[in-house]
Design a protein around this ligand. Structure first.
Ligand code: FES
Length: 238
């Protein structure tokens, strides 16, 4: 391998032609010091192999679509600098616990179903007006400051071994977002929400491994959300 080249070692899978996934190596030049993994993938797709499949959209760590497993960790390809990886080889796999559709693209339907399951919208209940402005004080808004930053990239979902153990387990993304709505003063469905995460596949299955927290590209705290949900269940239901 030439030192002036970066090696991309990418897990490839084409369901029409491959029986199982395999790694393929590509070498690309050091185009710039601040080259991101996503730009490297685009270089490969545009100049070396236009059949390479991956997802991306915003290229600014906002949409969450470019999450993948890069050099041993789930990250966003668009804000991961190749120069920070401490290796001249970039090894990439798709997200885990979901079926590979092609190369780095997985079927995210089960992930979105978990999101839908937690009712990701405000439920005003009977004591709050259904229409019109519902004012929050700066302190009340502060309660959800970090929680609303989740970009639904599925890094936490893929890094969680409990999620791998059962397809119905809701997982860290669903719990963090449930905590987001539970903490919002414009929502008034505490009982209904806690019942959703208090079942067989809810928060009590979490083994507090903290993988979710470690990989979150937005530095959010799904483990803290799970702890809060458990506390709320004990206070309100048990
Ligand atoms: S492309 Fe949108 S988060 Fe990376």
């Amino acid at each position: 391998m030439k030192k002036d080249k970066i090696v991309f070692n990418i897990l490839r899978f084409d369901p029409d032609n491959d029986k199982k996934p395999h790694f393929q190596e590509f070498q690309i030049p050091h185009i710039r010091k601040d080259l991101t993994v996503l730009e490297g993938l685009y270089y490969i797709q545009q100049r070396l192999d236009n059949s390479l499949a991956f997802r991306s959209s915003c290229r600014a760590a906002v949409c969450g679509s470019c999450a993948m497993h890069i050099n041993g960790k789930y990250r966003l390809a668009c804000n991961t600098l190749v120069s920070k990886l401490e290796s001249n080889t970039v090894t990439i796999r798709p997200l885990s616990h979901m079926t590979i559709l092609k190369d780095l693209i997985v079927d995210v339907k089960p992930f979105w179903e978990k999101y839908e399951h937690i009712k990701p919208y405000l439920i005003p209940g009977k004591s709050l007006p259904v229409t019109g402005e519902q004012v929050q004080s700066p302190d009340e808004r502060g309660e959800i400051d970090m929680l609303i930053d989740c970009i639904l990239c599925a890094c936490c979902h893929s890094s969680c071994p409990v999620t791998a153990s059962h397809e119905k387990y809701l997982g860290p993304m669903a719990f963090l977002n449930m905590n987001r709505f539970l903490s919002d003063t414009r929502d008034n469905a505490k009982e209904e929400r806690l019942a959703i995460v208090n079942d067989e596949y809810g928060v009590w299955r979490c083994h507090t491994i903290y993988n979710c927290q470690e990989v979150c590209p937005k530095d959010l705290n799904p483990s803290g959300s799970i702890a809060n949900l458990k506390m709320e269940i004990v206070k309100n239901i048990v």
